[in-house]
Write a protein that binds this ligand. Structure first.
Ligand code: GUN
Length: 282
């Protein structure tokens, strides 16, 4: 079997058209949604992510503002910016790019963001609402994965989803979103013994660890759906956590890296920004 490759770029463009329609409607009411992105330090990966987010905003006609702070910035300095942005009527979404330098508490900074402007869905209040299945922001990468799965028409109810990775950004929330869709969810992580025995049971395997080629053909059930969230630079080439060439021959569906989950994450961020502006101003 050769897997159908899920084209995240194409799906992101399709969703982008729907976002554009919502933006045009807002424009007739004199509303231009605004996203503020805070970048502390000069981590090259973060620089790339932030640049991609800004470009996407520009393409769509969403106002974007970049606030750059040096690695030496204090936590208070960052918090002062957050407070200002919380009160700024032109800013609907606030995103603090992670990771932050070690002397700054990520928890404190995230809690300072107004839950109404928390387009990453990192604030504990929004995480709680998401777990309870209440209406509100959904986290960008997990939501992008859910949209992809719905696009290929898979029934999620009763399916065994195995999530490898338990980060607050991807692993934990994607499992919760799929649990809300009535999937049976197993979490695996760095301390899991005999990882392969779990991954081989997955109807849907989601890998978000950050280790190149962690999952090979031997770890995958024939006909599984494999979602690769990894973004690893190997010999200056971007690769995922899944060994694409071998898994492609065993899976039914597979996301590529790049061009899979990545573009969907950005599209969901734009959607959250439009949602925030609509809720606050329309
Ligand atoms: N760092 C890596 N992924 C993300 C993300 O989705 N949001 C933020 N704020 N930082 C990140």
């Amino acid at each position: 079997m050769s897997a159908t490759i899920i084209d995240g770029k194409q799906l992101a463009q399709k969703k982008g058209e729907m976002i554009k329609t919502a933006l045009e409607r807002l424009k007739t009411q004199g509303i231009t949604p605004g996203l503020a992105v805070m970048l502390v330090g000069e981590d090259p990966a973060s620089e790339t992510y932030v640049r991609n987010k800004q470009r996407a905003c520009e393409r769509m006609g969403i106002h974007s503002r970049l606030i750059r702070l040096p690695t030496t910035a204090t936590e208070q300095h960052l918090l002062d910016h957050v407070v200002q942005l919380n009160e700024d009527p032109h800013i609907d979404g606030i995103l603090v790019q992670l990771p932050l330098p070690v002397h700054i508490s990520t928890e404190t900074v995230i809690r300072a963001i107004s839950p109404e402007k928390d387009v990453d869905c990192f604030h504990p209040l929004n995480v709680g609402k998401m777990i309870l299945g209440e209406t509100g922001f959904l986290p960008c990468t997990p939501h992008g994965i859910l949209v992809m799965l719905k696009e290929i028409g898979v029934t999620l109810s009763g399916k065994h989803v195995v999530v490898v990775g338990r980060s607050h950004i991807v692993g934990k929330p994607v499992g919760q979103l799929l649990l809300n869709e009535d999937a049976t969810v197993t979490y695996c992580h760095s301390r899991t013994e005999n990882l392969s025995s779990f991954t081989k049971q997955a109807d849907i395997l989601i890998v978000a660890v950050g280790r190149a080629n962690l999952i090979t053909e031997a770890d995958v059930k024939e006909g599984a759906i494999v979602i690769d969230v990894g973004m690893n630079r190997v010999n200056n080439k971007l690769v995922g956590d899944v060994e694409f060439a071998s898994v492609r021959d065993k899976a039914a569906f597979l996301t590529p890296v790049p061009g899979g989950v990545g573009p969907m994450t950005i599209t969901m961020l734009l959607e959250n920004t439009v949602y925030a502006a609509t809720k606050a101003r329309a």
